[in-house]
Ligand binder design. Structure first.
Ligand SMILES: NC(=O)c1ccc[n+]([C@@H]2O[C@H](COP(=O)([O-])OP(=O)(O)OC[C@H]3O[C@@H](n4cnc5c(N)ncnc54)[C@H](OP(=O)(O)O)[C@@H]3O)[C@@H](O)[C@H]2O)c1
Length: 333
């Protein structure tokens, strides 16, 4: 069979300081250097992808650029002993889609050691229902477990719960037997979050209402925070003695007006989660655990599939905090 050497991609070009997206077709010889060429089946839309699609945050080094910080597909060609043609693989992070060309394309060329073999029980679409968000949520839970968290310790808070990382964190914690309190700015998402296993839902405004540096009553045995900003500062004052917060996101801002009191008087721990450069061995453990913990039905509840052509509009929607769960991108439509 003659191999198709063309690539269809969403390309970003810089035009008078403005970032302009368009779907283009080019020869695969234009792909960057790399040991493994992957035929991509699905990518996803993460908050960071939204920023890149709009040209925010100086995340991209040069244009033209193919965004998409994660993808799943099949190895087409490989000069590495690690992967053979025909193997199913996942890529998340490693600055792919930021400094390097990413997953909003029918092919990508990457370093072999960045890939993870598709875990048994998962396919490309469902792997992308998880994607960077799923890996991040699992790493956050693993970090809190390593700190000593267990289900009998009490309620665990998830902020930005109706978003990608938040939804998967809720589902993972519920599957592990935790009592999960899901904080969201969207009352319309309460039923969805209960379906994923949240024991209680609370309004985002409840956390915002308590802007105070003084210690509040001890509530949370652990927390997965996707919001940062004022929210992180407030939840630090509500943590139980010795409890840990897994800091994952910054949708509410980078500046955190933290009081030192939760750390000095309650021994609260702040655990930073950085999935993009997480070592491969930890990724493999995380992917294997997610497959054990989340059913296909749960993944299908969390994710919907959209075509490549919808990405420019979807970027605005995710940056407005209006996407529920995960958006999988079918790069072939
Ligand atoms: N550290 C890492 O390795 C890593 C990896 C992946 C993502 N992240 C970060 O994690 C965060 C979530 O990513 P995602 O892909 O899950 O995004 P997402 O799907 O858009 O979810 C973010 C959620 O945050 C809440 N939110 C949005 N704007 C807000 C605001 N102004 N104030 C308070 N809450 C707000 C919304 O949840 P509700 O409507 O439920 O309130 C929204 O659904 C992002 O900051 C992203 O950059 C970090």
């Amino acid at each position: 069979m003659v191999q198709d050497r063309t690539v269809r991609a969403l390309l970003l070009r810089e035009n008078d300081g403005k970032i302009v997206p368009s779907i283009e077709i080019f020869h695969e010889s234009l792909l960057p250097e790399g040991e493994v060429t992957v035929k991509i089946l699905y990518s996803t839309l993460n908050y960071k992808d939204g920023m890149i699609l709009k040209g925010y945050g100086n995340l991209v080094r040069s244009y033209p650029h193919v965004p998409g910080i994660d993808f799943a597909g099949i190895v087409e060609e490989s000069s590495s002993a690690l992967y053979k043609p025909g193997e199913s693989v996942i890529l998340t992070g490693w600055r792919v889609g930021e400094w390097l060309w990413g997953g909003y394309a029918t092919k990508a060329r990457v370093r072999a050691e960045w890939l993870v073999t598709m875990p048994a029980g998962l396919d490309a679409r469902r792997a992308m229902s998880l994607g960077t968000a799923g890996l991040t949520a699992m790493l956050a839970v693993m970090a809190m477990e390593a700190h000593g968290l267990s289900p009998e310790a009490g309620e665990v808070l998830v902020t930005g719960a109706a978003g990608g990382v938040g939804s998967i964190a809720v589902a993972i914690l519920a599957s592990l037997g935790y009592r999960v309190v899901a904080s969201t700015g969207r009352p319309s998402a309460y039923n969805y979050l209960h379906t994923l296993g949240a024991t209680r839902t609370i309004s985002r405004s409840v956390l915002f209402d308590k802007k105070s540096h003084s210690l509040q009553s001890e509530k949370w045995a652990g927390a997965v925070d996707n919001v940062g900003g004022e929210t992180l500062a407030v939840i630090a004052t509500q943590m139980r003695y010795g409890a840990a917060i897994a800091a994952c996101g910054n949708t509410g801002g980078n500046a955190v007006p933290l009081s030192v009191l939760p750390f000095l008087l309650r021994g609260v721990k702040l655990l930073g989660i950085a999935s993009a450069l997480s070592p491969i061995i930890r990724r493999k453990t995380a992917w294997e655990r997610i497959v054990q913990l989340l059913s296909s039905e749960t993944l299908d509840t969390i994710a919907r599939v959209e075509p490549l052509s919808h990405l420019p509009e979807l970027a605005d929607v995710i940056l407005q905090g209006k996407i529920q769960g995960r958006t999988v991108i079918d790069v072939n439509t």
